[in-house]
Design a protein around this ligand. Sequence first.
Ligand code: NAD
Ligand code: 89Y
Length: 343
Amino acid sequence: MAELKGALIGCGFFAINQMHAWRDVKGASIVAICDRDPERLKIVGDQFGIERRYTDAAAMFADGGFDFVDIATTVASHHALVEMAASHKIPAICQKPFAKTLSDAKAMVAVCAEAGVPLMVHENFRWQTPIQAVKTALQSGVIGEPFWGRFSFRSGYDVFSGQPYLAEGERFIIEDLGIHTLDIARFVLGDVSSLTARTKRVNPKIKGEDVATILLDHESGATSIVDVSYASKLATEPFPETLIELDGTKGSIRLSQGYRLEVSAPDGVRVSDASPRLLPWASRPWHNIQESVLAIQQHWIDRLAYGGETSTSGADNLKTLALVEAAYESAANGYPIDIGAML
Ligand code: NAD
Ligand code: 89Y
């Protein structure tokens, strides 16, 4: 199988991880990059030895010579860039948040479906080693039917120095980070029928909410809580760990700080270490996220090469984005939101 050629748009803070991971992915390499900021283009082009460089995505698509595009820009440009990819019949990966609104996202999924091109959202958190370990333990059946869950991300880590735009938006933690936690809740306990949310802003230096508590009714009948905070000052900083509690009819699962996985089943308790690998280019504490970037990019290439829908396809991600939109609406108005009616 010939190596697939990719182009990356958006050479910012997070794209460095994606570029490192592309070097490790089997069956693909990046042949062209684009950023409207010439300084970022030079930094990334020089660091990764990419000769073909563009400040205009339309010019890069017009020149062609690549099999897929990896859109690593912030959300404002996602709709236009995904449409551009579809119009050139180029399969696209798009970073989260997929779109500013659910109706934009639906249009992006539709345009790619009409063009017959695969579309995947770079929703990488479900690909983290500890999250996969929880899912595997649940699927083994040892805790029986899960009836309750908690998906918790509470931190005081300074995300604003690397990503200053996070302090400036009207919306913050649900759209930026809670989106991952909601996706993990869907991945583990299945799709959601209704949602209720409350939010707060604790840090006076930012515009959006930095705390959210969300109650989910899953279609399976299970209930879960997604709680996220960037205002939690803890003795040992857990960034960027998602902690999980699951109670089932026969036992329970606890993923606790330090990647400790405890599975309590009728035949006893098993404790294991679900730590991610520290890839050669990775750095703590980001290594958990960095490893999942490699995993999701390899998944994309495997699906492109051998066929099949990706785990976090555009269509799948509509169900996660609906939860984000519903959480803001519920927090603003106080009432529960019917998710099925949004999709
Ligand atoms: P950033 O602002 O550092 O980088 C974005 C880059 O895109 C900038 O260099 C900008 O010049 C460029 N750009 C924007 N619009 C463009 C366009 N139309 N054409 C060409 N270049 C364009 O942002 P970031 O922190 O790297 O975040 C990028 C995306 O990655 C965001 O959507 C963010 O939410 C997401 N992100 C995801 C994870 C994850 O784990 N999945 C982690 C961090 C950030
Ligand atoms: O942008 C966010 C993400 O997707 O993962 C962590 C992050 O970088 C800061 O919240």
